[in-house]
Write a protein that binds this ligand. Sequence first.
Ligand SMILES: *[C@@H]1O[C@H](CO)[C@@H](O)[C@H](O)[C@H]1NC(C)=O
Ligand SMILES: *[C@@H]1O[C@H](CO)[C@@H](O)[C@H](O)[C@H]1NC(C)=O
Ligand SMILES: *[C@@H]1O[C@H](CO)[C@@H](O)[C@H](O)[C@H]1NC(C)=O
Ligand SMILES: *[C@@H]1O[C@H](CO)[C@@H](O)[C@H](O)[C@H]1NC(C)=O
Length: 454
Amino acid sequence: MNFSFGFIFLCVGVALASEETYRAGVVTTHGEVNSYVPLIHEAGKLNVDILVLPSPQAPLSSMERTCEMDNYDELVETISSAAKEASLYVVAHLIEKTRCQNKNELVRSNLVFDREGNVVSVYRKPLTTVANCTTAPTNIGSFSTDFGVQFGLLMEEDLVLRKAEELDNFVVVGAWSSEVPFLSESQFASSWAFSNNVNLVSSFGIFAGNSGSEASAHSNVQIADLDKLGNKNQQIVPPVVNSLELKSSPAEDLSQYIIRPLDIAASTQGYKETVCHDGFCCEFYVKMGFDGPKEEVNYGLAAFDGVRHFDHTHNIGSQTCAVFACAGLYKRSCSLGSQNSTNVKFEKISITGNFTETIQYPIILTTGSKIEPEAFKMAANSKQVTLEVTNADNLLTFGVFGRDFSKDSKNFVLNDSGSIYDTINEEMTELFDYLWIRLRVVLIIASIYVLEML
Ligand SMILES: *[C@@H]1O[C@H](CO)[C@@H](O)[C@H](O)[C@H]1NC(C)=O
Ligand SMILES: *[C@@H]1O[C@H](CO)[C@@H](O)[C@H](O)[C@H]1NC(C)=O
Ligand SMILES: *[C@@H]1O[C@H](CO)[C@@H](O)[C@H](O)[C@H]1NC(C)=O
Ligand SMILES: *[C@@H]1O[C@H](CO)[C@@H](O)[C@H](O)[C@H]1NC(C)=O
């Protein structure tokens, strides 16, 4: 009798638990679609409800790899039967070549397969924005599952380009061309999940809102159990990314940023500084120390308010405040370096800005050091946002990346050679200032002379 009661309670307990959470999985190795089949089966054995396959790594900039795209139908077939055999949902990002107006056009598709292997959701976009083929892009999708969760289905770049819909769970696949420090894919996914506090299952990992990633690795599949109603975990874990993972990403052009070198001497005492880009100001408080002898380091305090390039094809409005390590500082520009660890310890960094919109993301890169949850704070008081960290080692970037969607539509073309012209302009301005002072002296002397002549 006791035994059976215990058994009933156990069953009820298991049923309740499985009603509140679902199991998400991500394949972590890149390869041909066929190589994912055994991993789909493995995920099935691990009771994964929904599995995300890796996205093709680099965005395909040209038609170079078109011959690989010919077998789209075959790949769909392969994934479909594997999903059916393993009885789980599978999300894949595939590239399809279509022929139109005597040209090849590449179309990117997010496909969702259900446990029967049926395609239940498709989200398509042409690879380039200039495509005008018969394959019309579809709207951002969402799909429901038999475990009672509705997912938003996005491509990676949508995280930056669009406001998040009102959902608790998202699946994100696809790729964009990463740039450090603010817009690299793997780092941005975790910041996005953090700021929106939603579950995000992506090729870059599984994130439970602002509680970070708790995925456990099983050979080539990472899995995590997520709350169906969104993140219920109270623990806030800052989205810190190891910069070594981003080493191959190019550095963003920072020539439009207003960057002031960090005053190392003053910062050992702790000091305040305000850096403004036009009307947008960032207030910094920095107190730093050294573990051991003082090293030669450069940090910049930066503010940006304007339009920037994103993923080659978009111009987006952004407002940014950040402290970052500079490999070299020249005038107002900072060249970001892939630095190794330093013995700099930031006892405190506090950054405050009055942002125009309400969507800001914390961007934190270190060379491997963790930041304890209690050492980190991000707070918003209407549109005034404050980001704080205490006792952080090996910090390369610490800042807030904010979006200003109102500026997205402006037709702004950033000229790649702009940085050079900026520098020249600045030098010219300084030259004129210098000449003007000289001239004024000459003019005054001349006028005194003229007066004396009278
Ligand atoms: C789009 O279509 C128009 C007319 O149908 C054509 O002139 C143009 O070249 C096409 N553009 C591309 C990129 O194929
Ligand atoms: C960083 O460390 C690696 C190996 O530890 C070394 O090869 C490299 O030269 C270092 N780079 C810098 C900039 O110190
Ligand atoms: C933000 O706005 C508040 C209130 O208007 C003002 O006191 C503060 O100085 C502003 N901060 C920045 C960084 O502009
Ligand atoms: C960028 O600036 C250079 C030099 O002024 C100019 O020749 C070029 O056309 C510009 N490119 C764009 C896209 O505006």
